[in-house]
Design a protein around this ligand. Sequence first.
Ligand SMILES: [Zn+2]
Length: 280
Amino acid sequence: MYYDAHTHLNSPELFADAQKYVQNFIDIGWKSMVIVGASDEYNSNSIKILKNYELRVSNWVLKFTFGLHPEILIQNNQIQSLKSKVEDLKKLILDSGCNSAIKPEWKNNVVAVGECGIDLYYPWSEQTLDLQKELFAMQCDLAQELKLPLVIHSRNAFEQTLDVLKNYRDLTVYFHCWGYWPEEVKRLKNFGLKNLYVWFCGNVTYKKADELRESLKLVWEDQLLLETDAPYLSPQIIRWTQNEPANVRYIYDYVSEFLWKEKNALQEQIEKNFRNIYGL
Ligand SMILES: [Zn+2]
């Protein structure tokens, strides 16, 4: 059984053929995937997937998060309108699954707020740092208010991410697509977050990614999840092709070999973690 803890069937690259990608995932022996929101477009595509019974297949196989990625600040740098965007996000989350009074059958569809965080990779990003922090903090507040975990995107911005998180140590946080050094895993472990999880995607398989593999060794077995982050970051074996959820199997294969852990045992461990972490 495979679990993809973080994927974007709602992205422009995958959305039109979402049904096909779900089928491919079923064909490899799937169990569940979490479709992660990042912008208005991603979030509204998620709603379309959520409403499409055919795609949901069964009640808990497709799960969702809704959030606003720091990249939305390329188009939007008005703090006032960001506030209203986060208000809209809250409404979207409540209407799509948290508020079981509205649609009892949609209860537990939404498993987290995010992805959100700080990204200083692009040339434009330094100028928007203050706004990025503000947008990130607003979503931390929302996660606190709705009692949901938070999916964190953090790239080239470890210190800046901690600078916001220091005010939210009681949150359950998922650092997705780990992109830092083992030293940073150690620092996070000692940072005092109530519930911390660190997950890995296809870049852990890249030839030059020794720091990610060393980080992987430091992550607790019961907090590990694997993800594709599709359509991005295809694993090494099929690198430079478009990624999709079914490719999570290559990441399982790689991690199983790297950690000297038998494939079945790894699958069992991840299944247990997935259910615990996403509260399923
Ligand atoms: Zn993502």
